[in-house]
Design a protein around this ligand. Sequence first.
Ligand SMILES: *[C@@H]1O[C@H](CO)[C@@H](O)[C@H](O)[C@H]1NC(C)=O
Ligand SMILES: *[C@@H]1O[C@H](CO)[C@@H](O)[C@H](O)[C@H]1NC(C)=O
Ligand SMILES: *[C@@H]1O[C@H](CO)[C@@H](O)[C@H](O)[C@H]1NC(C)=O
Ligand SMILES: *[C@@H]1O[C@H](CO)[C@@H](O)[C@H](O)[C@H]1NC(C)=O
Length: 361
Amino acid sequence: MIRMLQSHYILIFSLILSLPMIYFFAPHFLSPHPRQLPIPRPDELEDLSLFNRAISSTFSSPSSSSTFSFSRLGTHNPTLKIAFLFLTHTDLFFSPLWDRFFNSSSPKLFNIYIHADPDAHLKDPGGFFNARFIPSKHTERSSATLISAAKRLMASAILDDPLNFYFALVSQSCIPLHSFDYVYKTLLGRSKGNGFGFRHVRHKSFIEILDNETILPSRYIARGKNVMLPEVPFDQFRVGSQFFVLTKKHALMVLKDRKLWRKFRLPCFKTESCYPEEHYFPTLLSMKDPNGCTQYTLTRVNWTDSVNGHPHMYLPPEVSPELIYTLRQSNYTHDYLFARKFSPDCLNPLMDMADTVIFND
Ligand SMILES: *[C@@H]1O[C@H](CO)[C@@H](O)[C@H](O)[C@H]1NC(C)=O
Ligand SMILES: *[C@@H]1O[C@H](CO)[C@@H](O)[C@H](O)[C@H]1NC(C)=O
Ligand SMILES: *[C@@H]1O[C@H](CO)[C@@H](O)[C@H](O)[C@H]1NC(C)=O
Ligand SMILES: *[C@@H]1O[C@H](CO)[C@@H](O)[C@H](O)[C@H]1NC(C)=O
């Protein structure tokens, strides 16, 4: 009995002793992002050289301007393309659905680029319409690595095909809500109601830009107090969805930026307030060309009951034609074209209604 008590005491005593140790190491065990390292210098230099090559490749390109003369190119220029930029750290489990989406495009009015975290060892999504894997680097939530990856995708797409005009960033958990034709017409078709004889259509970027969110103060100081100054005053700090469709003009603007990047690349102290990719693009574009942006996104996301910064993830029992119709509905000028997040096992129910519902518009 006494021995047992003794061993109890020893256990309790050692537990008490270990408390400070737990406290000391806890952040490393509990936090999903224990080490917020700055982006390594060689990676930065490699990126810079890629971005510079992309920028200098565009001087003579026909699609660098956001304005086209429709009298010169015809009412509907069929050659401009949409670059789909897949940013992923898992297999592209919806590639059969995307395959069917792209298969309805003829002639080829798109290109597909994939930035896959090298640590994820992706299975090649064979047959995925000549999708190209671009040279990729490690990405991590709550860090500026997601900004770098998005920029790498834009730069690679600009270098690859001068006809890429729109740059649509999507993830592995995004799905299309409409046919390719519908998406193409929405982005590059003749805009309606612009008056007779009006020969120029200004193409805008579809990027959410919000300034009245209650989260902005904590996001602003995530790297420390006053750290963002003077480049980014609080009243110019914005938030928006990570998923956007940018014009080439804005993609180049992003690639040229050094000033804001110097601040947004800094590691955060508070990872729970650290989503640099949700701030960098909206803040930069709202500073440089607010009227060239719709200020809303085309990618529907459901933030109801979000947990730990993750939106609602749809599961197979929720997938129905009604869900697709609901997700398309928007309070803005355009329907939503894409939606997230869907769990990988939604593929079958989505494929079952691909032709009858999703691409039937
Ligand atoms: C694309 O569609 C054509 C006919 O519509 C079909 O024969 C072909 O197999 C499809 N390709 C893919 C990759 O789905
Ligand atoms: C806040 O932002 C929402 C869009 O998210 C907008 O509908 C609303 O009008 C804004 N409110 C103010 C006071 O700016
Ligand atoms: C959004 O997600 C909630 C659950 O978090 C669900 O109840 C609701 O139906 C979803 N809304 C839409 C439009 O899908
Ligand atoms: C559109 O606005 C109404 C009224 O504010 C709101 O209830 C609804 O959720 C909005 N729809 C979408 C798709 O955001």
